[in-house]
Design a protein around this ligand. Structure first.
Ligand code: DQA
Length: 148
């Protein structure tokens, strides 16, 4: 059985491709998800993709992911910088969590420098555009192999 990984994208990431392409690139979320699913398969994992603009829906999905997934990759969008509730939900997850941002949040406005999710994630990848998701999958494959 391949390891199951959950990819969660937060608010406004459904508008990738149209949204500030000079910051987030020209690919749509559908294209990125398709690329990630292919990459996951090559790494011997299966990937479920979830996106929501609603904090509560993201929290419910994370709660449901307590069982049945060997890892969670999450780009919480703007909730990164505000959501204690998403951080609390992630604390339930015993499998590795990797945080991804398309942009380098540390080069941007000061309010983007703080991440609640980083406090509970195994690691963070930011600033590499959509490649960051592929990097996260490859890091996740290593973590899953080591059982960490
Ligand atoms: C983002 C960075 C956040 O600050 C922003 O609110 C986003 C996208 C990124 O992927 O670079 O929605 O998470």
């Amino acid at each position: 059985m391949p390891s199951s990984i959950l990819l969660v994208n937060g608010p406004n990431l459904n508008t990738l491709g149209m949204r500030e392409p000079h910051i987030y690139g020209h690919e749509t979320l559908k294209e990125i998800e398709a690329k990630c699913k292919q990459a996951a398969k090559k790494l011997g994992m299966s990937l479920e993709c979830f996106q929501s603009n609603c904090e509560g829906e993201i929290i419910t999905k994370i709660q449901q992911a307590v069982k049945g997934y060997q890892g969670v990759i999450i780009n919480p969008g703007a909730y990164t910088h505000t959501s204690v509730a998403i951080m609390d939900a992630l604390l339930l997850i015993k499998s590795p969590i990797i945080e991804v941002h398309l942009s380098n949040i540390f080069q941007r406005e000061a309010f983007r420098h703080e991440s609640y999710v980083s406090k509970v994630a195994k690691g963070v990848i930011c600033g590499f555009g959509s490649n960051g998701y592929l990097m996260a999958l490859s890091a996740m494959a290593e973590l899953v192999k080591k059982g960490k």
